[in-house]
Design a protein around this ligand. Structure first.
Ligand SMILES: [Zn+2]
Length: 186
């Protein structure tokens, strides 16, 4: 289990964040494309069998275990995604709204980069696909494209969703990660 960076600090959400329905939504990271998913959106996805499953999942909320467990145990069907091939995934327990330590973020970023370099499609997800997923996306983007933390978060808002990176703790986690592990363009 991963450590928490610091207790979550809730921020005021802009209107509309609940209406988002991110399900295997493509996001450009350098010359790669990753997808982002909300577990909630997956449960009501109307795209059964239309979106191919990823080669690898990186899920930042423990609730994904149940969903993936269904895939693995049945080998075929989960609640809303019919007849999908099972795929391996890393599921971590990252508290909702909380930040994450730079070293743990670095581990996650490096797992993503390795898979991407191997040509594997990866899907990053949490519950809404905003806070935890947005935080990892911003770190990955900063690392791959050599961006500052502020620019990486801004780009995640443009390329993916304006509601991504939900709390001050998560914003701070991106800043700390970039300070320790980011490579700035000269
Ligand atoms: Zn959204």
């Amino acid at each position: 289990m991963l450590d928490y960076f610091e207790p979550p600090v809730r921020r005021v959400f802009p209107k509309g964040w609940r209406e988002c329905s991110h399900w295997r939504e493509p996001v450009c990271i350098g010359r790669y494309v990753v997808t982002c998913s909300s577990l909630f959106a997956g449960a009501r996805a109307k795209t059964d069998g239309l979106l191919p499953p990823p080669d690898y999942g990186i899920y930042l909320a423990g609730q994904w275990r149940e969903k993936l467990g269904d895939i693995w145990t049945n080998g075929a069907t989960i609640r809303s995604v019919a007849r999908e091939r099972p795929y391996p995934a890393l599921v971590i327990d990252w508290m909702d709204m909380a930040g994450m330590t730079p070293d743990k973020l670095n581990q996650l970023v490096e797992i993503c980069r390795n898979k991407m370099r191997q040509g594997k499609s990866i899907d990053i997800g949490c519950l809404q696909g905003h806070g935890r997923s947005g935080t990892l996306l911003a770190c990955l983007l900063a690392r791959v494209e050599h961006l500052s933390a502020a620019r990486a978060v801004e780009e995640v808002h443009w390329r993916y969703c304006q509601h991504a990176v939900e709390t001050q703790s998560q914003q701070k986690a991106v800043e700390e990660y970039v300070r320790q592990y980011g490579i700035r363009r000269r």
